[in-house]
Write a protein that binds this ligand. Sequence first.
Ligand code: C2R
Length: 173
Amino acid sequence: MSGEEKLSGGKHLVGINECKVHIMMGSGSDLPVAKKAVSILEELKVPYSITIASAHRTPALVEQNVKGSTAKVFIAIAGLSAALPGVVASHTFMPVIGVPVSGKLNLDSILSIVQMPPGIPVGSVGLDRGENAALLAVRILATSEISYLHALEGHLSRMREKVIRSGVELVGE
Ligand code: C2R
């Protein structure tokens, strides 16, 4: 999947004034990872917003996007020296889930996100795991909104059926 690919603009894509989950990418080149998160949020009907802003390149825009957002959870996707999730967390008390993006080294972005200094916590999922970031975000929303718990149950049962079906197709009944 190319980073140049455009988002489908799903029907649950909303402005930052209405979203529950705000996906922030450090660059348009992170789009393949963001699309994994988008796919889960659309499946589970979670209003989300998605923006590109860099803590290094456009710090004022990051602050503006975070402070202007109604999100209950932020997902910050960044590769290389991934300052973005930490900087997002410095501008909000909402939980921030960092998604490290793979590159030549991989450990660079993982450690930049995991090794936050004391006082400004950021959660992290695995390398390129946009779908897990979205599922974790929905779990957080589900602590106060029962409809998201039902949505997660549906997702889990579809995933289980898929695993069982693939086993049957591969080795027979
Ligand atoms: P380009 O492809 O634009 O050169 O970006 C992006 O998330 C991307 O993975 C290369 C990588 O740089 C990352 N980036 C950051 C930040 N801004 C951009 N880690 C930041 O502020 O943390």
